[in-house]
Design a protein around this ligand. Structure first.
Ligand SMILES: [Zn+2]
Length: 578
């Protein structure tokens, strides 16, 4: 392919709304262009990479025995009402009406559509197990689209759904997909690590997210380098030490004035103590009902854990009127000892079990209590102690006790055991060999295809631009033709292009009438894995220059034109094997 025949436009300036490198490079290298907030057009270069990622996904799905279909983006409301998600999906789902006033959604996912299809087509155990998938555009009405393709309103996703006769089969389907995902990301040149994630309120809770580790990632992940434990921060647990909370000596509770000191830090500074001497108490509304949550003063409440523990649909910090009514004080001075509403449920982090000698809010503005023994002074049921906090760097691994580290990740895929949540709602059943009816067991599996494109860039770039892995590069080789007007030189480039294409290598020839510096800069910015420089001067000195994008100038090889195709093919082969 000749550069002058393609629609490639690189930009000098970073886009104003880009906060992370991969977003800047996506636009500057001419892979995509913003159409509106959270909406992108994929330009020819970006489209080539996107198609290669899709193809890898497709090959690995097919290899795992899944079958490709395609279902409509426009999904009827009835399907979503069957599972109740028409109402619970909230404002993230795009909803619209047709001219007949029938309601539809622009699919953010497709569990309902696929379950309904399976119900209509599957009736016997003989047809199971089956996994079906699609690669389709999905929609999400993001409040704040950002990071380019990472958090956009429209994105390309591969979603697969497995249907099995029993839990054992569902387990097998799950791990088959898990292994397919490992292969997909490896083939895309990505180091993606599987981490345990929160199962949400969806049936069986086994789920793994695949994360590309990057400082720009939006998700926090706890890792144990000792035993390999890895979990999303929403889910990650820690080993709580015995006597983690220094014990008091049975002194009586004492009220102390702490005027204008509202935050733990302020009170701690006022009293000359460290935050972990405190119990932080917050009033939440769980599905509209107030509940007090107590955690160690130096820790944060994990809303996801709290929500699951309370079995609530939603939890949020209570408004100040509710806080005042429930405790008798304003936020900052509330605590678990004798709140105004004696019936207020109090739950506490498990690490506070047996805590004594603590400082808590006095449920009276401008006062705290010291020498508090939670078991003695607060009404917290044994069953209301639970893991309610988010782990921090240095916390003990729940399995081996070694200190954990926290890293950032970009989620590029997730495998999920759904159980019967959707199949039961649709009454999607099969008949066993005794003609008894059973509900099918499901799993769902997503890969963010467009997000993977940008994750590759985030993981593989330098100050000059993108460094594509050959498997998903827009073109694997760029031939920089330095003297396009010289017929003899152009012929060398053309022959090399033909020889490489004959071997199935994607080649672009930069035949623009530009200075060499401009061509080298663009080749580095776009990040073609191998660059070949063909120019009159080089040929006079015996050859063409071959260099990987990932190598510096000193690694340049001078190769006779006749050997160039082989030299390039060898480099690509080496990289593919690495
Ligand atoms: Zn460990």
């Amino acid at each position: 392919m000749k550069w002058t025949k393609t629609l490639i436009q690189t930009l000098r300036e970073n886009p104003g709304d880009a906060e992370i490198d991969s977003h800047k490079l996506l636009i500057r290298a001419g892979l995509a262009r913003k159409v509106a907030g959270g909406l992108y057009a994929y330009l020819p270069l970006g489209m080539r990479s996107l198609k290669k990622i899709q193809q890898i996904v497709r090959e690995e799905m097919d290899r795992a025995g899944a079958q490709e279909i395609v279902s409509p983006i426009l999904q009827p409301a009835e399907l979503w009402r069957t599972t109740g998600r028409w109402d619970t999906m909230g404002p993230n789902m795009f909803k619209l009406r047709d001219r007949g006033e029938h309601e539809f959604a622009l699919g953010p996912t497709a569990e309902e559509v696929f379950t309904d299809l399976a119900k209509g087509m599957i009736s016997s155990y003989r047809q199971l197990p089956v996994t079906i998938y699609q690669i389709q555009w999905k929609f999400r009405d993001e409040t704040r689209p950002r990071f380019g393709l990472m958090r956009s309103k429209e994105f390309l996703m591969k979603d697969a759904y497995s249907f099995d006769v029993d839990a054992e089969g569902a387990d097998k389907s799950y791990w088959t997909m898990y292994r397919a995902y490992e292969r997909i990301f490896a083939r895309c040149g990505l180091k993606a690590v599987p981490v345990q994630a929160d199962g949400g309120d969806m049936g069986d809770s086994l789920t793994h997210e695949f994360h590309v580790l990057a400082d720009a990632g939006e998700d926090g992940i706890a890792f144990c380098e000792g035993c390999g434990y890895a979990a999303n921060l929403e889910k990650a647990e820690r080993k709580v030490g015995n006597g983690e909370w220094g014990m008091g000596n049975g002194e009586a509770v004492e009220e102390i004035p702490t005027p204008n000191a509202k935050t733990i830090e302020e009170v701690a500074a006022f009293m000359g103590l460290s935050p972990d001497a405190f119990v932080k108490s917050l009033v939440y509304l769980a599905d509209g009902k107030p509940v007090m949550v107590c955690v160690p003063g130096d820790r944060d409440v994990n809303d996801v854990k709290l929500k699951h523990f309370l079995g609530a649909k939603a939890v949020a910090l209570a408004d100040f009127g509710t806080v005042l009514a429930a405790t008798g004080a304003n936020a900052g001075f509330v605590g678990p000892v004798r709140p105004a509403d004696a019936s207020l449920r109090i739950v506490a982090d498990v690490s506070l079990k047996g805590a004594s000698g603590r400082i808590v809010g006095a449920n009276k503005d401008d006062f705290h209590l010291k020498n508090v023994d939670l078991a003695r002074d607060a009404k917290i049921a044994d069953a209301d102690y639970a893991d309610l906090t988010t782990v921090k760097a240095g916390d003990a691994c729940p399995h081996c006790g070694r200190p954990m580290v926290i890293k950032r990740g970009i989620e590029v895929g997730q495998v999920f055991k759904l159980g019967t949540k959707y199949s039961a709602a649709f009454n999607a059943t099969y008949k066993n060999d005794k003609l008894e009816e059973h509900i099918m067991i499901m799993g769902c599996y997503g890969v963010g295809v467009s997000r993977t494109l940008q994750a590759v860039i985030e993981q593989s770039h330098d100050k000059d631009g993108i460094v594509w892995p050959a498997s998903v590069a827009p073109y694997q080789v760029c031939i920089c033709l330095l003297d396009p007007a010289d017929a003899g030189v152009a012929k060398v480039a053309e022959d090399l292009e033909a020889a490489l294409e004959a071997q199935g290598v994607d080649v672009i020839v930069d035949d623009r009438a530009e200075r060499p510096g401009v061509k080298f800069k663009d080749a580095d910015l776009i990040g073609f894995p191998v660059r070949v420089v063909v120019g009159a001067k080089g040929l006079a000195n015996g050859g063409v220059e071959v260099k990987r994008r990932s190598e510096d100038k000193s690694a340049t090889r001078i190769v006779a034109p006749a050997d160039a195709a082989q030299a390039v093919a060898d480099l690509l082969k080496e990289d593919a094997g690495a």
